[in-house]
Design a protein around this ligand. Sequence first.
Ligand SMILES: C[S@@+](CC[C@H](N)C(=O)[O-])C[C@H]1O[C@@H](n2cnc3c(N)ncnc32)[C@H](O)[C@@H]1O
Length: 319
Amino acid sequence: MNSHWSEYWQQGHTTSFGEALSGNYEGVLKNVWEPVFDGLTENFLVVDVGTGNGSLPLLLRDGLSKVDLTGKVIGVDLAEVTLANSVSNNNQNIDIALMSNTRCEQLPFESNSVDLYISQFGFEYSNIEQSLEEATRVLKDDGQFVIVCHHNRSMILNRNRRILTLIDKDEVNLLINCLGKMANAMGNVSNQEDVERIKKDLQCEQIRAEINDLIKLLVMFDEAAAQDCDLMRFVAQFFKAGLFWPVTKKLEFIEFITIQMDTLKLRLTELVNAAFDETKLATFIAKFHQNNMVLNELKVLKNEQNEVLGWYLHGSKFI
Ligand SMILES: C[S@@+](CC[C@H](N)C(=O)[O-])C[C@H]1O[C@@H](n2cnc3c(N)ncnc32)[C@H](O)[C@@H]1O
C-alpha cells in the first residue's frame, strides 16, 4: 500500500491539487479530455491508472452525460482510494469502479480487453517501461493510450519545488514545536476568563511572540509557498477553532500537522522525481514501437496565461 497517498485520498480530495482545487479539474486539464472521450463507442471499457479518488472517471461520466452511451471506467491506484463524492451523478449509463492497492505495472484485466487507457498525473509515478508493456497487453488492437504527465518545467513543478524548499526549513519544525509548547502552557481553555488568563501569562506571551516571528520568517522567505503548504491554515485553526479544545485534542492536532508536513514532503518529492524532461520523454517514446504502440500526438499543455501544465501523449496499439 502507498500510505502517504492513501492518507491523502482518505481526506476526500477529488484531485491531487488538494485545497488549491476544491472540485474536479477545470480549464485545459478538463477540456483536453473531451475529444478523447468523444471517440468512445457503445459498451466501452476504459482504464484510468493512478486514478486517486477518481477525478478522470468522474470527468468522463460528466463529459458523456449528454450522449446515449453505455460503458465502464475502472480506476486503479496503488493507494487506498474512494470515489470522490463532491460531484453528483448525472449519468447512470456510465459505471465507475475504483480498485485500490492495484499497480499499473500489473493490471488485473484480460489481454485485449480495454478500449481506452488513460491517466492524468498518475502513469509517470510507476515503472513506466513495465506499465507501457502492461498497457499494450490489456489494450485491444487499435486501442487508445492517452496520458497527461508532469513536465519538469511546468508551473505545477515550480510551485511544488518552492513548497518543498519551504517545508524543509528548520523554521517549520520550530513552529510546530512552539504549538506544542503553547498547548501545554495554555492548559485547558474553557471560557473567556481562561482567555484573559492566557493573555496575561508571560510564558504564553513569549511563545506567541516566537510563533509570530517564525511565521514572519517563513512568509518573508516565500509567502505563496507558505500559504500553499497549508501550514498557515493549520496554525490559524489551532488558535481559532482549536482554542477551546482540551490539551489532549490540541496535541493530537499538532501530531496531525506533523504527519501532514511529512507526507506532503514525500508526495512532492515523488512528483518532482516523476516529471518528464525531454530526455526522459524521448527514452520513453523510443520504447513505443517495440511495444506495438504508435505515437499519434505529443504536445505541451499550457494554460490561458501560457504557463506549462504538462505533457500530453496520445498513442494507439497497432496489430
Ligand atoms: C498525483 S496523483 C494523481 C491522481 C489522479 N489521477 C488525479 O489527477 O487527481 C498520483 C497517483 O498515482 C498513484 N500511483 C503511484 N504509483 C503507482 C503505481 N505504480 N500504480 C498505480 N498507481 C500508482 C498514487 O498512489 C497517486 O494516487
